[in-house]
Design a protein around this ligand. Structure first.
Ligand SMILES: [Zn+2]
Length: 388
């Protein structure tokens, strides 16, 4: 199979491989699809395929170019990653920087170092596995200077490879200036450059950029593909696999995030929350909400916990109605779920799930988190059988 280090996506991979072998590769590709389905993995494998000494064709993975590209150390394969602004003071493109004091120069230099350190950190994550989620911050972007550097880089002949490859990760994070600069490169592609853009938000790219790239669409990964990858590639504890797959929505990156220590911490937090609701006093419940909000300020994290709670209630429903262990996602917590099942009816489980959905919608409309969680706790407390 073509590109065997890229999960599934077989039609897409075959199409690219045929183009490569027939010498019909385009100058620029846009690999797009939901995040975490393999755009970066495919970009890296494509870079290997054009530079493999046993190719062009399926990368052999053992020659020097394949190995250097795999560790992202090949001089002719350059990855650009969205990064924070080089300096808070020069964040505005084209701002004059002369006349600054030595202190400011030092600060700019240290910010440049921070940026390079950040770049190396992200590259190390990608080299480890192109499917591991990259921790981009909201404001990380490709600036005009990055694209100017890309243009310089692209115009230089390959040092040791057959073909220069530039991969622009999360291309939708280009500033307007950067997009215009990239457009020039796309209009007059230097000789042998292969430019690969990846994005999960193609609609945020300029139409003029979209029209100059060959689009390659990657699709969501099937549950069995995710489960197999988690177990065989990432050695995830089998007890965590069904839960991670269910949270993933077809994205291996999301599955890995759910299966991570952080994901496990969130699951444990959700257990403590439910336990307090079921067995604590109202004062305990308020304390729990306080602790929870101090530890998890951002709304997205609260939403993740609410999704986990829905998963627990869903499992409760299965245990109450069918006793079909196969269908239980949080099988590693079966004993705990059975205790809750003794305290809840199937009808109450349905009411509880509805209540959580309602609170999720309220949070999406910017409801005040402490109030939303208090209302949720009260509603969930009503969803249990009276103590015997
Ligand atoms: Zn090779």
């Amino acid at each position: 199979m073509a590109f065997d280090r890229v999960l599934a996506q077989s039609t897409t991979k075959d199409r690219l491989m045929r183009a490569l072998v027939d010498g019909r590769l385009a100058h620029a590709y846009l690999l797009h699809g939901p995040s975490g389905v393999g755009a970066e993995a495919l970009a890296i494998e494509l870079a290997k395929a054009v530079n493999c000494v046993n190719g062009p064709g399926e990368p052999c993975q053992v020659c020097i170019p394949c190995r250097k590209i795999g560790t992202l150390q090949h001089p002719d394969v350059r990855l650009y990653l969205p990064l924070p602004s080089p300096s808070a003071k020069s964040a505005k493109a084209g701002e004059r920087t002369d006349g600054e004091s030595d202190d400011e120069t030092d600060e700019r230099a240290s910010r440049g170092e921070d940026r390079e350190a950040r770049r190396q950190e992200l590259l190390a994550i990608l080299a480890e596995s192109p499917y591991v989620p990259l921790p981009f911050n909201k404001r990380d972007h490709h600036g005009i200077d990055d694209i100017r550097e890309l243009r310089r880089e692209a115009s230089v002949k390959p040092y040791e490879g057959r073909r220069k490859v530039v991969i622009l990760v999360a291309a939708d994070r280009m500033t307007a200036d950067a997009s215009n600069a990239l457009l020039k490169t796309l209009e007059e592609p230097p000789g042998d450059l292969l430019l690969v853009l990846t994005t999960d938000r193609p609609h945020r790219l300029l139409p003029t950029i979209l029209s100059r790239c060959q689009p390659v669409r990657l699709s969501r990964l099937a549950d069995d593909v995710l489960a197999e990858a988690l177990t065989r590639w990432f050695h995830v504890d089998p007890g965590r696999v069904p839960f991670a797959v269910r949270q993933a929505d077809g994205s291996l990156s999301r599955a890995l995030a759910s299966a991570s220590e952080r994901g496990e911490t969130l699951r444990t937090t959700a257990v403590a929350f439910l336990d307090t609701i079921h067995t604590g006093t109202m004062v305990d419940v308020f304390d729990r909400i306080d602790q929870f909000l101090t530890a998890h300020k951002e709304t997205p994290l609260i939403e993740e916990i609410l999704d986990i709670l829905i998963g627990y209630y869903r499992d409760l429903f299965i245990l109450l109605e069918t006793r079909d262990d196969e269908a239980v996602q949080n099988l590693d917590r079966r004993d705990w779920l059975m205790t809750l099942a003794g305290q809840t009816s199937a009808g109450q489980v349905e009411t509880a799930i509805d209540a959580i959905h309602t609170i999720k919608q309220a949070l999406a409309r910017n409801a005040h988190p402490p109030l939303a969680l208090t209302v949720l706790a009260l509603r969930l407390r009503a969803c249990r059988k009276p103590a015997a």
